[in-house]
Design a protein around this ligand. Structure first.
Ligand code: ADP
Ligand code: ADP
Length: 230
């Protein structure tokens, strides 16, 4: 079954008399275990699409099914629940809490989900080990490099075992070495069966994914498999 299915999704922003059609009929299916990059220039609709895929916003028209559930018309409370249970987010700006050690940052989604304390710690440790940071669990974000901070964020995204990992310009704040490091980690997670959607304006970063979906002016213009990458 598909992890996510968009059917003729449209998004219109209305500000006073002005209307902008940011998405003009996007249909997209991503199956379990796929690693898909959504690429497009500034203004093409990537952020709008990311917000819909991430259940941060709903379409003006069309439907979005996530893990078999129609989330297109859910209210904010229901969306927040789906978001925490089904999606692991990785952002450009890491969004780690600076006062908390790595493992406390990683356990946060489990805290919101009501997971018991002992299980939270165990699962946070396992997720940090998974991203190669078993020896940094007590470090605070400012005691870690940018690449390490993003790996903590990836561990946080993994800890709930989400249906979908949604990475929004995850390498946008990283130098080339850390970029390669984080892209290597995502490829590794894909090899382990995770479903990943990466959103980027950078065509080179997109080539790290197994499948590339290009959008322009609110429409999908290309959808292809990368020969080399798996
Ligand atoms: P990208 O992330 O690819 O730069 P966006 O999804 O941010 O693209 O924007 C797509 C189009 O929608 C642009 O024309 C942008 O100006 C417009 N847009 C985005 N967000 C809003 C908003 N909140 N209100 C009005 N227009 C918006
Ligand atoms: P970036 O770091 O890539 O610039 P942003 O900080 O702009 O990403 O976040 C992208 C969008 O996701 C923003 O609209 C922001 O409000 C929203 N967002 C960021 N963090 C969270 C979160 N933890 N939960 C829900 N929405 C979030």
């Amino acid at each position: 079954a598909p992890v996510l299915q968009l059917t003729d999704v449209r998004k219109r922003y209305e500000t006073g008399a002005l209307a902008v059609d940011a998405l003009r009929g996007v249909s997209l299916q991503v199956n379990a275990g796929e690693y898909v990059a959504v690429v497009g220039p500034s203004g093409s609709g990537k952020s709008t699409l990311m917000h819909i895929l991430g259940c941060l916003d709903t379409p003006t028209a069309g439907t979005y099914h996530l893990a078999g559930v129609d989330v297109s018309a859910m209210d904010e409370t229901a969306l927040a629940h789906v978001r925490n249970a089904r999606i692991g987010f990785v952002f450009q700006q890491f969004h780690l809490l600076p006062s908390l050690p790595a493992w406390r940052n990683v356990e946060l989604p489990l805290l919101y989900a009501g997971t018991p304390r002992s299980e939270r710690r165990e699962r946070a440790m396992a997720a940090l080990e998974r991203v190669g940071l078993a020896d940094r669990v007590d470090h605070k974000p400012n005691e870690l490099s940018g690449g390490q901070q993003q790996r903590v964020a990836v561990a946080r995204a993994l800890v709930t075992e989400p249906a979908l990992i949604l990475a929004d310009e995850p390498t946008g704040n990283l130098d080339s070495k850390s970029t390669a490091d984080v892209l290597g980690l995502l490829a590794d997670l894909h090899a382990g069966g995770r479903t990943i959607v990466l959103i980027t304006h950078d065509a080179e970063v997109a080539e790290a994914a197994a499948r590339v979906v290009r959008i322009a002016d609110g429409l999908v213009t290309e959808d292809y498999l990368n020969g080399g990458a798996v």
